[in-house]
Design a protein around this ligand. Structure first.
Ligand SMILES: NC(=O)c1ccc[n+]([C@@H]2O[C@H](COP(=O)([O-])OP(=O)(O)OC[C@H]3O[C@@H](n4cnc5c(N)ncnc54)[C@H](OP(=O)(O)O)[C@@H]3O)[C@@H](O)[C@H]2O)c1
Length: 365
């Protein structure tokens, strides 16, 4: 399914009604253009079902988003889809798009298996999550479905159940996903070419809707290899600042840079990723990408912000360790590239998390 017939309704289900999910869902829901966006919520279900989502946004002002339908769980959405009744407002012939906006925690749960009962032959799967390697389990489970991989730099948070604050930025980069690297000179099979073609159509449709109807000016379509390059480039920020914010005793990004030893450590991680990425991607990094030094310079100005991994650690929630540290280390290692700085952070943080959970401790450091 992609643009299809403009007279035919398009049904989109977001799985994960947190900061990113609610913000982007609210910009996609346009019944006047036949686009209906629904949510599966969890802890915030009753608030959203009763009052909708309250959005306080830097870019679009304050508004309330009433999704087409809201489900208390993925299994409730599955049951409703099976019933296909007008009462539940689930589409009778399946979801056109399923957009996964949960935290990517493959060590805790396999969302590809969770959404499986919702996926129909026409469904396009969209992943808006941080890290690298997030698409692998979906491609394995759904070899013939279009997948759109997405990276956002939005800064948003859920300040109370059902209330989302977008602090700044809206940019989202999208790319079709085949097996990860098409475009670096490798030859895709006919099957991969076909899922990429369908993924590309879906990506273009989403880009059009988010831009034209949703008013987001910087939703950007890419090729598969470009999008994977963006994922690895964003890792320079996420894998450097996020884990180090926890291990340095709870310091924000700019604060870490004010300490000369930590600054050297942050730059060391960034350069490790910068050097490994072309070998992993099989293509040089494009000219014009912000270098580690440039990233550090712009981060110095962004004082006060706490990285999401630190917020998760402080709240006793699991951290996105696998997609930000474990996957890059494993992916690079398979290609004979070692990333010792990342590996150390991974081993230490994973252990910190495990020890704390075994002791039943929660909360601050
Ligand atoms: N927030 C940002 O500014 C930002 C920026 C760039 C990238 N990202 C990335 O975007 C992704 C989403 O982040 P986020 O900040 O939106 O996270 P979030 O606010 O924690 O939202 C995740 C949501 O998923 C829900 N969820 C998890 N498992 C579920 C399940 N099995 N069924 C139904 N709902 C489920 C959670 O529900 P509960 O409340 O019940 O746990 C929560 O509402 C992450 O990969 C993050 O790194 C975030």
């Amino acid at each position: 399914m992609a643009l299809g017939d403009p007279a035919k309704p398009v049904h989109v289900l977001f799985v994960g009604a947190g900061a990113v999910g609610c913000f982007y869902a609210s910009r996609l829901h346009h019944p006047s253009h036949n686009i209906y966006t629904s949510l599966t919520a969890r802890s915030n279900y009753s608030v959203i079902a009763t009052s909708g989502v309250t959005l306080q946004t830097h870019t679009f002002g304050n508004y309330t988003f009433h999704p087409h339908a809201v489900f208390p769980s993925v299994s409730a959405a599955t049951l409703s889809s099976a019933a296909g009744s007008s009462e539940t407002q689930a589409p009778k012939d399946g979801w056109d798009y399923i957009v996964v906006t949960t935290k990517a925690l493959p060590d805790r749960s396999d969302e590809s298996s969770l959404i499986a009962p919702l996926v129909s032959p026409k469904t396009c799967i969209v992943l808006i999550q941080n890290g690298v390697g997030v698409e692998g389990p979906y491609r394995q489970r759904f070899p013939h479905h279009p997948i759109v991989s997405a990276v956002t730099i939005v800064s948003a948070e859920q300040t109370q159940p059902g209330t989302i604050r977008q602090n700044r930025w809206t940019r989202m980069s999208l790319g079709p996903y085949g097996t990860g690297l098409t475009g670096n000179g490798s030859n895709p099979t006919k099957e991969v070419e076909e899922v990429l073609r369908r993924g590309d159509e879906c990506m273009k449709a989403l880009t059009h809707w988010w831009t034209t109807h949703g008013g987001i000016r910087d939703v950007e379509p890419h090729t598969e290899i470009e999008l994977q390059t963006i994922r690895w480039h964003k890792l320079c920020i996420n894998a450097a600042f996020n884990p180090s914010s926890v291990m340095s005793g709870g310091r924000g990004n700019a604060d870490q840079l004010s300490d000369p030893e930590l600054r050297e450590h942050i730059l060391g991680i960034m350069h490790e990723i910068w050097d490994a990425a072309p070998k992993v991607l099989g293509a040089p990094l494009p000219e014009g990408l912000a270098t580690p030094e440039k990233i550090v310079k712009s981060t110095e100005r962004n004082t006060g912000a706490k990285p999401s991994m630190l917020l998760d650690w402080e709240a006793g929630r699991p951290m996105e360790l696998e997609v930000i540290l474990g996957n890059p280390v494993r992916i690079a290692r398979r290609l004979g590239v070692e990333m010792p700085r990342l590996q150390s952070l991974y081993a230490l943080l994973r252990s910190m998390q495990r020890v704390r959970e075994e002791r039943g401790e929660k909360g601050k450091l």
